[in-house]
Design a protein around this ligand. Structure first.
Ligand code: HEM
Length: 519
């Protein structure tokens, strides 16, 4: 035993000193470069301080060194730009700063599909990329959203409780159950000849897919930190189980597949990838379409339920739009349909979702320098950037800035509405209007192509839930916090779940419900 411990000790010391030698102890600050923040840990640099709380770390470093500084984090050099007016300056640097190679390299490593940056694939992959704009905007977006609303109601219909008995469930589990299944069916269609949720078999398949999705997703922070997926065995198995269900042979047996997936299938069939490689690209699409949407839907509903004014305003808007549709107030059996105009008119729900995204999204936008070049910030200050360095923008610095959003930690459902209830899009810092004031979907070349669909599906989710259910938090005073261990990866999930009580909404119950809540 002692011999083993001694050997392990020597090995650890050996690896550590090797890292010291190999991993860039030699970098020195040069004239014109941003302040270099190396931290005291060789190789890891400021990783621990950064990982503990990226927002506090960046704020403190910004106070010390100003709007641009370079941090050593796990052997990499990240230059953070913290001035919101300089965000668009970075986005305009397409020639010097690359997004694609970095994102694709990460995707290849985590999802195990082909490396689409290699010359064999890169030209055809540009065509695959253009499928996003073809299928997630305009008329195809309307069709996709219609399909989502149908699926939401099908899924809700499977478990609709009675009007008299309250059910209790974790809000996160409630949201994920409904949104995961409806989202999956919308993007990948449903099994031929079988209605969604109509048999136990489909239900079990969906539960398994959801379980696999979460097992895989839970490993994301460590994989993003560089851990190979082969060392995260449960995540690897879960990814492969998801891929098996998304083999082209399986997908061809499904009905109502979205144009997004159908066109991607055709494109990948022409690229001569192996079957499992194609399926893994669909796992990647599944993750992109769900990983941020599920927590966003959760926070939107959670904050609405915690804030009586938000709930009242949201219900009024939902009832008004559905009454305009001649949806009888007492007929909750009749399926709802919402046109693009009606979805666009739901400005209260939109403001709630934006405010929930402002409070919960913690993504990082990274670009890699293709060349040595000089970056000129909005203030006119210049910084010499080295080839291979990472440029990083952290939108939470804007989202939580009290100059832009007074009392930034508070949920204010109407923050994104003006006095007449229209969308508000003017936000200021130091008296200057900001272009980038809310960036949960990224910006520039890498901006999320699914953002319009995401906003629609969360609006639809809130609409159907508020229309079909009476619901309230079991403990309305408990305050949930986001899980910051996922900072940098998008919308943060809650640290723990909150119980919600719900039953079918019937207007004759509404009065007693209001009284009950008032007491
Ligand atoms: C609230 C929900 C969502 C949020 C907050 C979100 C956020 C993001 C962010 C931050 C990025 C990276 C942007 C960057 O690095 O600059 C991204 C990329 C992406 N998102 Fe979303 N997303 C959401 C929903 C969706 C949905 C529903 C879909 C698909 C239907 C989707 C598809 C994608 C794809 C394919 C990319 C990669 C784009 C590329 O490679 O150029 N997202 N998303």
């Amino acid at each position: 035993m002692a011999a083993w411990l001694l050997a392990a000790g020597f090995l650890a010391a050996g690896v550590y000193f090797l890292l010291l030698r190999v991993c860039g102890e030699t970098r020195r600050w040069q004239q014109g470069e941003p302040q270099l923040v190396k931290g005291w840990l060789p190789f890891f640099g400021v990783m621990l301080d950064y990982a503990k709380n990226p927002l506090s770390f960046l704020r403190a470093t910004q106070q010390k060194y100003g709007d641009i500084f370079t941090c050593r984090i796990a052997g990499k050099y990240l230059t953070f730009i913290t001035d919101p007016f300089s965000f668009s300056v970075v986005m305009r640097q397409g020639r010097n700063l690359d997004f694609h190679e970095f994102a694709m390299g990460f995707s290849h490593r985590v999802f195990g599909h082909a490396d689409f940056t290699t010359p064999v694939y890169s030209e055809s992959y540009d065509k695959v990329h253009s499928i996003f704009t073809q299928t997630l905007q305009g008329l195809p977006l309307e069709q996709l959203s219609e399909s989502m609303l149908d699926n939401l109601q099908t899924v809700l219909g499977q478990h609709l409780p009675s009007e008299k008995n309250w059910k209790e469930e974790g809000l996160q589990s409630f949201t994920s159950r409904i949104m995961f299944e409806a989202g999956y069916l919308t993007i990948f269609g449903r099994k031929n000849g079988v209605e969604a949720g109509s048999t136990g078999g489909v239900d079990t398949c969906m539960k398994k897919a959801k379980q696999d999705f979460f097992t895989f997703d839970r490993a994301f922070p460590v994989m993003a930190a560089g851990m190979p997926i082969t060392l995260c065995i449960p995540a690897l198995w879960a990814r492969e189980a998801l891929a098996e269900k998304l083999l082209h042979g399986e997908l061809r047996q499904r009905m109502s597949i979205s144009d997004l997936i159908q066109l991607r299938m055709n494109a990948f069939d022409h690229m001569h990838l192996d079957e499992i490689g194609k399926a893994r690209t669909h796992v990647c699409m599944l993750w992109a379409s769900q990983a941020n949407t599920l927590p966003s839907a959760f926070w939107s509903l959670y904050y609405t339920l915690r804030c009586p004014e938000a709930l009242a305003a949201a219900r009024t808007e939902v009832d008004k739009v559905l009454q305009e549709l001649d949806q009888p107030m007492n007929d909750h059996d009749m399926p709802i349909s919402l046109s693009k105009q009606q979805l666009d008119s739901m400005t209260v729900l939109e403001s709630i979702i934006k405010e929930a995204l402002r409070l919960s999204s913690a993504s990082i936008m990274i670009r890699v320098a293709n060349n040595d070049f000089t970056l000129t910030l909005d203030s006119g200050k210049t910084a010499a950037i080295r080839k291979g360095d990472y440029i990083a923008l952290y939108p939470q610095l804007i989202h939580m800035d009290p100059d832009i959003y007074p009392h930034p930690m508070e949920f204010r459902y109407n923050r994104f509405l003006d006095k007449s209830g229209e969308r508000r899009s003017q936000f200021f810092k130091n008296g200057r209007q900001l272009k980038n004031y809310l960036i949960p979907f990224g910006s520039g070349a890498s901006k999320c192509p699914g953002r319009f669909f995401a906003m629609n599906e969360i609006k639809q989710f809130l609409t159907v839930v508020l229309w079909y259910y009476d619901l309230h938090l079991s403990d309305p005073d408990s305050k949930l916090l986001p899980d910051t261990t996922r900072a940098g990866l998008g919308v943060l999930p809650p640290k723990k779940d909150a119980l919600v009580r719900y039953r079918a909404r019937a207007d004759r119950y509404r009065e007693s419900y209001t009284e009950e809540r008032a007491n």
